[in-house]
Design a protein around this ligand. Structure first.
Ligand code: CU
Length: 299
C-alpha cells in the first residue's frame, strides 16, 4: 500500500512528534500484513503440487510409497508439536521467571511426577514412531504369490540394465545414455537387483524407497504402481568415476500402451538395430543368493 499524501504534507514543528507516534502503529501493521501476504504467496505458489503438505517429499507413485509418506507426515507433525512445546517452555521459563530483583527465587529440589513424565513420554513417542517405521519398511518385502511383472535390475559401472524376465527383453544404458524403464500402471512389479562389480543403489525417487544392489547376492522388493507419468531414478551409492551419470528414467503407462511399447521394442531388439535393446534369454526367475552374473550387452 503506498504511503498516503498526508504524511508528506508539511507540518508544524510541534505537531511532528505525536503524529509520528500515531502513524508508527499502522505502518508496522502494514509491514506485518505485507510480510504475511508474501509468505502466504510463497506457500501457495510453491505448494500448488502439495509439496508443503508432504513436508518437501516427492509425490509417491506406489501404494507402498503412499504409506511411507504417512509415516513421514506423522513424524513431522509429532516433531512439530514437540518443537513448539519445547520452545514454548523455554520462552515461558525465560520470561515468567526472569530476574526481577535481588531476592533469591524459591529454591526447589525435584518433582518426581514431572521427571517420570518427561522420561516416559519421549519413550512412548519413539516407540510409536519406531513401530510405524518398521511395519512400513516391511511393506516392500511383502511378496505377492504372482507378481504381474518381474524385472531384474542390473547395476554396473556405470549404468543400468533392466531385464524383463517374463518378456525376454533387456534395456541397457551407458553412462550419459540413460535407459528408460517402462512399466504398466495398476500392476504389481517385483524387482530383483544384481550387480557384477561393486555396490550400487537403485532409487526410483517417487517410490520413496531405495535398496542397495550388491555383488554376490540378490536383493529384491515389490511395489504396486498407482500413477502414470515420467519419473527419475538414480544410483545412490558412490560406485566410482561415473557414479553421477548412473541415471535412468521410469515411464509408467497404461496396460495398452505398455503392450504396444513391448511389442515394438521387442521387434527392435530382435532386429538388433539399437544397442539399447537386446533379447533377454536368461532365466525367467532369479534365485536368491546367485552371483549377479547377468548378461551385459553394453560391452
Ligand atoms: Cu552406482
Amino acid at each position: 500500500m503506498p504511503a498516503g499524501p498526508r504524511r508528506r504534507a508539511p507540518r508544524a514543528e510541534g505537531q511532528r512528534a505525536p503524529r509520528a507516534k500515531k502513524q508508527r502503529a499502522p505502518r508496522s501493521r502494514r509491514i506485518a500484513f505485507r510480510l504475511a501476504g508474501l509468505f502466504a504467496l510463497a506457500v501457495l505458489t510453491t505448494g500448488c503440487d502439495g509439496k508443503w503438505s508432504r513436508g518437501g517429499w516427492p509425490s509417491p507413485i506406489t501404494d507402498q510409497g503412499d504409506r511411507v509418506l504417512g509415516v513421514w507426515r506423522g513424524s513431522m507433525i509429532t516433531a512439530g508439536f514437540v518443537g513448539v512445546f519445547v520452545i514454548g517452555l523455554i520462552l515461558v521459563s525465560a520470561l515468567a521467571f526472569r530476574r526481577r530483583g535481588d531476592e533469591l527465587p524459591r529454591q526447589v529440589r525435584y518433582n518426581l511426577p514431572i521427571e517420570v513424565l518427561y522420561t516416559v513420554v519421549p519413550m512412548i513417542i519413539v516407540a510409536v514412531l519406531f513401530y510405524f517405521t518398521a511395519i512400513r519398511e516391511n511393506d516392500e518385502d511383502k511378496f505377492s504369490v504372482h507378481p504381474d511383472l518381474s524385472i531384474n535390475v542390473v547395476g554396473f559401472q556405470w549404468a543400468w540394465q533392466f531385464n524383463y524376465l517374463d518378456d525376454g527383453l533387456a534395456v541397457t544404458g551407458r553412462p550419459g545414455e540413460y535407459p528408460e524403464l517402462v512399466l504398466p500402471v495398476d500392476k504389481t512389479v517385483r524387482f530383483y537387483e544384481t550387480s557384477p562389480d561393486v555396490i550400487h543403489a537403485f532409487w526410483v525417487i517417487p517410490f520413496l524407497f531405495k535398496r542397495d544392489v550388491v555383488p554376490g547376492r540378490t536383493n529384491s522388493f515389490e511395489v504396486h504402481l498407482n500413477h502414470i507419468g515420467d519419473f527419475k531414478g538414480k544410483c545412490t551409492e558412490y560406485c566410482g568415476t561415473n557414479h553421477d551419470r548412473m541415471l535412468f528414467t521410469v515411464r509408467v503407462v497404461s496396460q495398452a500402451d505398455y503392450d504396444a511399447w513391448l511389442q515394438q521394442t521387442k521387434a527392435t531388439a530382435a532386429a538388433g538395430t539399437d544397442p539399447k535393446f537386446t533379447v533377454y534369454d536368461g532365466p525367467r526367475s532369479i534365485s536368491f543368493g546367485n552371483t549377479g552374473d547377468t548378461q551385459r550387452s553394453h560391452q
